[in-house]
Write a protein that binds this ligand. Structure first.
Ligand SMILES: Cc1cc2nc3c(=O)[nH]c(=O)nc-3n(C[C@H](O)[C@H](O)[C@H](O)COP(=O)(O)OP(=O)(O)OC[C@H]3O[C@@H](n4cnc5c(N)ncnc54)[C@H](O)[C@@H]3O)c2cc1C
Length: 319
């Protein structure tokens, strides 16, 4: 099974390959022979080179315009590009979870979403997941021969090959199927600055304890090269937009480092961040529930603690 072909669906924005795809290619190298599947307009040379540098031997390109947004069309495109692959890896996004289900339905493959890792055991794919607000770790063996796994961002470190191969770009013959829906109009929401919250390796979040002033939270996020998160109470107050909300009804994040500032650690918030690598919490109240899951807890006023942290980090970076 070691030489089997493993397809990785490429996430791309403005022609650039997104970080989680490079993480999935790195993981794919440990499972078999990685190939990348690019759905959309023709990829630029630097995108193909970046995929090759992370292990893709081929980049299979399915040309699709706006209809690529329709899950039925997109899953058919993915199926067309993966007829010879036993394993398909995707990034766990809302759209991709639907794709994974549609592809599994069409091919009879086993499917796991929101995985944090995958390996081959006795010729079958085994995955790791954290579930129920990261209170349980679950190992799943896919008994079907074919496997589709959607992986959370930041669960594998992207590592380029020492001697990168040149990926070959190949166009896949594809005719989009008839669909019961048609796309009338697409108006993309303007993306916020920086790394998207769900993909960030560092997230600095502020809660009600910020009292509405996110300057220190933003400054700390900036010096750490991270994204800014928030609790629902903070977004409901209108202190920061809803796209920053972390938690059960917000975005689930799995960064290497999560810093929670002035956040009590309610179960609804924890459900969206508890699987983070290292958790740091700053809170005035020594009994705040967030300290139960923090690797480093600082009891103090964020208005005292954060400026010191920002200053030390800036010194350290020589800024
Ligand atoms: C169905 C449902 C879904 C929900 N989904 C979500 C969700 O997805 N995400 C989410 O976040 N919430 C969600 N909530 C809300 C959640 O239950 C909590 O109400 C919310 O997370 C609390 O936000 P908070 O920690 O900012 O506020 P609080 O609970 O009020 O905590 C503020 C904390 O700040 C500390 N503090 C105050 N001042 C300072 C200071 N100067 N320095 C340091 N610390 C300070 C306090 O000690 C306190 O611990 C949901 C609720 C429901 C019912």
């Amino acid at each position: 099974m070691s030489a089997m072909t493993v397809a990785v669906l490429v996430e791309h924005r403005d022609g650039q390959v997104a970080g989680p795809t490079l993480e999935n290619l790195t993981l794919a190298r440990s499972l078999g022979r990685p190939v990348a599947v690019w759905i959309g307009e023709e990829p630029a040379d630097d995108a193909v080179a970046s995929l090759g540098a992370h292990g893709a031997e081929e980049v299979r390109w399915v040309e699709l315009g706006g209809t690529a947004r329709l899950p039925k069309v997109r899953s058919a495109a993915l199926a067309a590009a993966t007829t010879d692959t036993r394993i398909v890896l995707l990034t766990s996004t809302f759209l991709n979870k639907e794709l994974a289900a549609l592809l599994a339905l069409a091919t009879g493959a086993g499917v796991v979403v929101d995985a944090s890792g995958a390996r081959i055991v006795d010729g079958r794919v085994e995955t790791e997941q954290t579930v129920f607000a990261a209170t349980w770790n679950v190992t799943t063996r896919i008994v079907a021969e074919d496997a589709i796994v959607a992986l959370r961002p930041n669960t594998t470190q992207a590592v380029a090959l020492d001697a990168p191969a040149t990926a070959v770009l190949e166009k896949v013959a594809f005719e989009a199927p008839e669909t019961p829906e048609s796309l009338v109009h697409v108006d993309p929401v303007e993306r916020g600055e920086g790394v998207p919250l769900s993909e960030a390796r560092v997230v600095v979040s502020g809660g009600r304890g910020t009292n509405g002033d996110y300057t220190l939270v933003r400054d700390l996020a900036e010096v750490l090269g991270g994204a800014v998160g928030a609790t629902r109470d903070a977004t409901d107050e209108g202190w920061i937009s809803h796209e920053h909300m972390v938690g059960q009804t917000g975005t689930t994040v799995t960064p290497a480092l999560y810093v929670g500032c002035g956040i009590s650690g309610a179960v609804h918030h924890r459900g969206g961040m508890q699987a983070s690598g290292t958790i740091v919490a700053v809170n005035l109240d020594p009994d705040a529930p967030i300290f139960e899951i923090a690797d480093l807890g600082i009891v103090g006023d964020l208005n005292d603690v954060l400026p010191q942290a920002i200053e030390r980090l800036r010194e350290h970076k020589g800024a």
